[in-house]
Design a protein around this ligand. Structure first.
Ligand SMILES: NC(=O)c1ccc[n+]([C@@H]2O[C@H](COP(=O)([O-])OP(=O)(O)OC[C@H]3O[C@@H](n4cnc5c(N)ncnc54)[C@H](O)[C@@H]3O)[C@@H](O)[C@H]2O)c1
Length: 303
């Protein structure tokens, strides 16, 4: 989707961090941004940034787990800006670190509802509207590098993000032959407020935690200024939409661990000859053109 000027984007979790960075990058590019977020006060804080620059913006309080509210939010966005072209399923939460067998069911349900089912709710509500108007469109869902190479003790976060990647790959298959693209956005460490907003959101959603203790300190020591600016991440998302990338990654530093993971998987296939007839008969399993369509992403050209 090369021509984005004047196009309408519905971005969830856009009142903070990466979602806000995406909305700003879209504003820079002349797009109209719907800032959808559960935290109304946070929406009110960020709207002036767009208004001061003359960038079209509209805030909507939305809990992505509320399917009926999602329909109302989509109706409102269309009333304000007209057709929606881009959906960014970015709202997400984390839960405290735990051994898998110790994760409270409340945490399992909370993070699955928001991180995974919230993305499905977005696709279910908004994608049919994009397909119906017939203009070019795109769906991006924010997964994480953690959905590809796991972070110890964060099973639910890793798993919900891995689920989003599988979902977006399958969506890309479903959308082949249409003028709507699909991308899994898998950021590495970006400046954001996930730990704090997750607590706020869980309280707003009425989550009763027996152990609401903050997660233990992460293994990483001092991160200094190495976290990526969310607007920079947003520009990478916009570039991915323009390029129709299946995967939008932020950090080349993860190439090493991914090479090791992919090589480990390749080594796990039995070292025996391939049955060509099997390959042909089960081509729905053994061949998938979506993977061939991802081309090499160059270094950023906007600095
Ligand atoms: N920051 C990182 O390093 C990083 C890395 C990889 C992936 N991610 C993912 O990026 C996304 C944004 O993270 P961030 O770091 O910018 O966090 P953030 O806390 O700054 O922003 C998340 C926003 O989502 C909103 N939100 C949460 N639950 C919601 C719900 N049910 N309905 C509507 N809005 C809801 C919050 O209110 C918040 O404004 C998340 O999906 C996160 O998992 C972040």
């Amino acid at each position: 989707m090369e021509n984005v000027k004047g196009k309408v984007a519905f971005i969830t979790g856009a009142a903070s961090g990466i979602g806000l960075g995406i909305a700003k990058a879209f504003g820079e590019a002349g797009m109209k941004a719907v800032i959808a977020d559960l935290r109304k006060s946070a929406i009110d804080e960020v709207i002036p940034y767009f208004e001061e620059r003359g960038w079209p913006v509209h805030g909507i309080q939305l809990n992505v787990t509320d399917r009926e509210a999602y329909v109302r939010a989509a109706d409102e966005a269309e009333e304000v800006f007209g057709k929606i072209h881009i959906l960014v399923n970015n709202a997400g939460v984390e839960v405290p670190a735990n051994k898998v067998w110790d994760i409270p069911y409340e945490d399992i349900d909370f993070i699955t509802e928001v991180n995974f089912k919230g993305v499905l709710n977005g696709i279910h509500t908004i994608l049919p509207r994009i397909l119906k108007h017939g203009e070019e469109g795109h769906v991006v869902s924010t997964a994480s590098q953690s959905g590809l190479s796991v972070v110890p003790a964060f099973a639910m976060y890793n798993s919900t993000k891995a689920a989003i990647i599988a979902l977006m790959e399958t969506l890309a298959c479903d959308l082949m032959g249409t003028n709507v693209g699909a991308s899994a956005f898998c950021p590495g460490p970006i400046e954001g407020n996930l730990r704090n907003t997750s607590k706020e959101v869980s309280a707003m959603m009425g989550l009763k935690r027996e152990n609401n203790a903050p997660p233990p300190p992460r293994r990483v020591p001092e991160r200094g200024n190495l976290l990526m600016d969310p607007v920079e991440a947003g520009r990478r998302v916009l570039r991915g939409i323009r390029r129709k990338d299946l995967y939008i990654f932020t950090h080349s530093e993860f190439k090493d661990v991914m090479t090791k993971k992919c090589n480990a998987m390749l080594r796990a296939y039995p070292d025996q000859p391939v049955n060509e007839e099997f390959m042909r008969l089960f081509s729905i399993l053994t061949v998938n053109p979506i993977y061939d369509m991802q081309t090499q992403v160059p270094a950023p050209d906007w600095k």
